[in-house]
Design a protein around this ligand. Structure first.
Ligand code: ATP
Ligand code: MG
Length: 412
């Protein structure tokens, strides 16, 4: 991290030595003032993109038309963006066209919130024309300029505003909130994947309950294509803050639960919302386990439940099974007889997937002296379930014996 800053300082120095202005800007300046870890280091400069490219050995023209060049140094990269103002806004979205300017103050004016409109020089002096540092001190999110106008220009800023409030646990300045309420329907012009990205950040924040409450009070939900039209159970949603922010999949499951949305419905919603297949699986696996367990919980014996649980663990994986335990313990505000038993069953499992069995499909076919077919998979699954539930040793001889037994049973 110190190395990343040091390398970045070299980028600033080279720009300065060549007669240009250059500053740290945006998220990195904000996060450092808050005492939070800094992620990406962004630089703003009076140099034009071509000038930036000519000064550094390794560059990537990331977004030339927006004035952004990525400068690579060592294992780090820095986004260097030319001072710019934005052209006319169309349809409540940021404009494709920008014009470059030579003054820092003009560049800062186009930025969304005062806390994001601070520049810091190499020597550590702040250029902070809109009082961002004071707002950070007071924990306030405030638009640069007139809120209503800024949200009208670019509706995504409204979601960013709420997301930042959830991430930093900040309050929103009165006029900013008023402007947001006025302009809320503009969010319908924003592409669904950008809304999804903001929602993922909101859900991963340290105060997701606050974020969701603000979202609801903003009146933006219906315009944002946020598909929770069901009446959410707020008592369930309030449990979200108890889930560590590393467990975002569990948070989504709690939200779906609070809205009475099943695993299959959630899969459809997340797909429409352009979540990746991997992410959809991660989230819905937990929900599918939950739906299934809750469905049969009161109608089957303990022994049947054990088999069911082991089957579900095999089907959805150990990670999802563990997350389900975590989910239920949170929803029930502590362990229950079932979660205690299930966590023991999980611990006692010695295998979780077919490739951990000490026998292969080909070997099964040889032992059975039969042609390959769907029965091979079924037999392997049967073996896995038996080994996983502790009824059969995972050694070759025992497995072969069991295959023979199953085959002769079938013949009878
Ligand atoms: P994070 O990276 O944590 O989401 P950030 O503030 O760095 O926060 P970026 O999207 O990386 O956000 O943008 C970098 C900077 O660009 C912001 O700090 C802000 O100054 C400016 N910016 C980004 N999006 C907008 C926008 N929609 N309107 C105006 N300025 C913006
Ligand atoms: Mg950033």
């Amino acid at each position: 991290d110190a190395e990343m800053v040091a390398e970045g300082e070299q980028v600033l120095r080279i720009l300065l030595d060549n007669g240009y202005e250059a500053y740290w800007v945006g998220g990195c300046v904000r996060d450092a003032l808050m005492g939070r870890p800094v992620n990406d280091l962004d630089i703003t400069t009076s140099a034009l993109p071509e000038e930036v490219i000519s000064l550094f050995e390794r560059t990537v023209p990331t977004g030339m038309e927006h004035g952004t060049v990525t400068v690579l140094r060592g294992k780090f990269s820095y986004e260097v963006t030319t001072y710019r103002v934005e052209g006319a806004y169309e349809n409540h979205r940021r404009p494709a066209e920008v014009s470059f300017v030579r003054k820092l103050s003009e560049d800062l004016l186009r930025r969304d919130f005062t806390m994001n409109a601070i520049a810091r020089s190499l020597r550590g002096e702040l250029v902070d024309p809109y009082g961002g540092a004071v707002d950070i001190e007071h924990g306030i999110i405030r638009c640069v300029g007139e809120a209503k106008l800024r949200f009208h220009e670019d509706a995504l800023r409204m979601l960013r505003c709420i997301r930042f409030a959830a991430v930093f646990d900040y309050s929103i300045a009165y006029n900013t909130w008023k402007g947001l309420r006025r302009e809320r329907n503009g969010i319908s012009y924003i592409a669904v994947e950008r809304i999804r990205t903001e929602m993922e950040k909101l859900m991963a924040s340290s105060h997701p309950v606050k974020g969701l409450a603000l979202l609801e009070r903003s009146g933006m939900m219906q315009f944002a294509r946020i598909p929770f039209t069901y009446h959410p159970d707020h008592a369930v949603i309030s449990l979200l803050d108890h889930v560590p922010d590393s467990e975002t999949a569990v948070r989504w499951v709690i939200l779906f639960n609070a809205c009475g949305i099943s695993g299959a419905e959630a899969a459809r919603i997340l797909k429409q919302w352009t979540f990746s297949n991997e992410r959809i699986q991660e989230i819905t696996s937990i929900l599918y386990i939950d739906n299934e367990v809750i469905h049969c919980m009161n109608s089957i014996s303990n022994e049947q439940m054990k088999i069911k649980w082991i089957q579900l663990t095999i089907q959805y994986g150990k990670v999802a099974a563990k997350r389900w335990l975590f989910l239920r313990n949170i929803l029930n505000m502590g362990p229950t007889e079932l979660t205690l038993a299930a966590s023991c069953w999980l611990k006692d499992m010695t295998v979780y997937s077919l490739n951990e069995l000490n026998i292969t499909g080909t070997e099964v076919i040889t032992v059975a002296e039969r042609k390959s077919g769907p029965w091979v998979g079924d037999t392997l699954k049967h073996l896995l379930l038996k080994v996983a539930s502790g009824d059969l040793d995972n050694d070759r001889t025992a497995l072969i014996e069991e295959v023979k037994r199953v085959i002769s049973d079938e013949k009878r």
